[in-house]
Write a protein that binds this ligand. Sequence first.
Ligand code: NAD
Ligand code: IPM
Ligand code: MN
Length: 401
Amino acid sequence: MHADILVLPGDGIGPEVTAAAVAVLRTVAARYGHRFSFTEKLIGGAAIDASGEPLPPDTLAAASNADAILLGAVGGPKWSDPKAQVRPEQGLLALRKALGLYANLRPVKPHAAALGASPIKPHLLQGVDLVVVRELTGGIYFGQKQRSADVASDLCEYSVGEIRRVVRHACRLALQRSGRVTSVDKANVLETSRLWREVATQVARDEFPDVTLEHQLVDSMAMHLLARPRAFDVIVTENMFGDILTDEASMLAGSLGLLPSASLGSSGALTHCPIDSACAAGRPAMDGRAGVSASPHSGAKDGGERVMGLYEPIHGSAPDIAGQGIANPYATILSAALLLRHSLGLEAEARCIEQAVSAALDAGHLTADLAAGGPAIGTQAATAAVIAQLQLPCQVAELRD
Ligand code: NAD
Ligand code: IPM
Ligand code: MN
């Protein structure tokens, strides 16, 4: 297959970890006969430095035309003055909004080899396998902002439509897993949360009879997530709660440097299920792959349906370790696997990358964030370990052939 992949390295460790993921994608392309072309553009602080804008028009145009986007991270102290008129993070938010990427999937599945890096007792982590579906284009991030000399406000707004589409996404995903969805809100205080709870209840009851939905308040959820993480499967929540809970959840895996994400947008199937019963049955309208928002993007160049997808680690630009060659690249490499799965429909190749990362971890290739004070390797050595694993036979790919 041929695919145009836009790479947005961004700031801090962003260029280091995207270089690692691109090297892995090149390896996959060579090994399995695909042609991936990579184009790089500026976003965030690097774009502000070059042009004054965090999301220059040519970056947005390239994003709209790409088959998939791989992003590192944006931001850093250089651009963090509270009085700054323009900020790197605005570029990322504008990109998510412009592409309509409302469903942010953040899977959390601890690897045995990284358990030592987690502050949580190992017996609580056995069997943990959850996905947070974070609403990504609404809520307090995008409401009106106001500032006077001594008062500031950020409006938190959600519409029924915004809630419904992301809850549907979570329910479809749950049908591919254990059928359980936990919706997280603050309905005891916030009006947006009361609407969220009402809509989530309706969607599950009317469209997904086979999904068991429970509700949790976000404050106690922050506790339950650490105290009994095995109890959760699909967690759906609004933008800011999802941001915070997933950084917390990274401690189940052991490091922020291990958690990938996929930000998926509409392609017809999710925003308007043409036949409502198809949605209710958990079948995406176009291609029957529930849990993937619609048909793979691979048909896009032939006029087929497209899944717009942006893939990035959940961590930030890590200014404290940038430029040292020690950043953990696994989260970005795993994000590349999600890119292959969700935007290109290359499930076997995606699993081969995931297996290669697991094998690298099992073989003890640990970056400093995972090594718990023991011997650690750098970004390039970790990337090389994954690439070496990819040269070995991958059972999944062989099964497919
Ligand atoms: P951060 O995620 O950048 O770093 C938090 C801590 O985790 C740091 O100690 C860092 O060294 C460590 N860490 C993160 N990723 C790592 C990796 N791959 N390997 C090893 N260690 C890693 O969060 P922060 O320090 O609060 O934010 C720094 C900047 O990043 C801010 O400007 C923030 O806005 C931005 N940010 C961007 C994104 C994004 O682009 N998606 C996400 C989060 C934060
Ligand atoms: C993330 C980041 C972003 C967010 C920032 C950089 C805008 O923290 O992707 O998790 O809050 O969404
Ligand atoms: Mn975050």
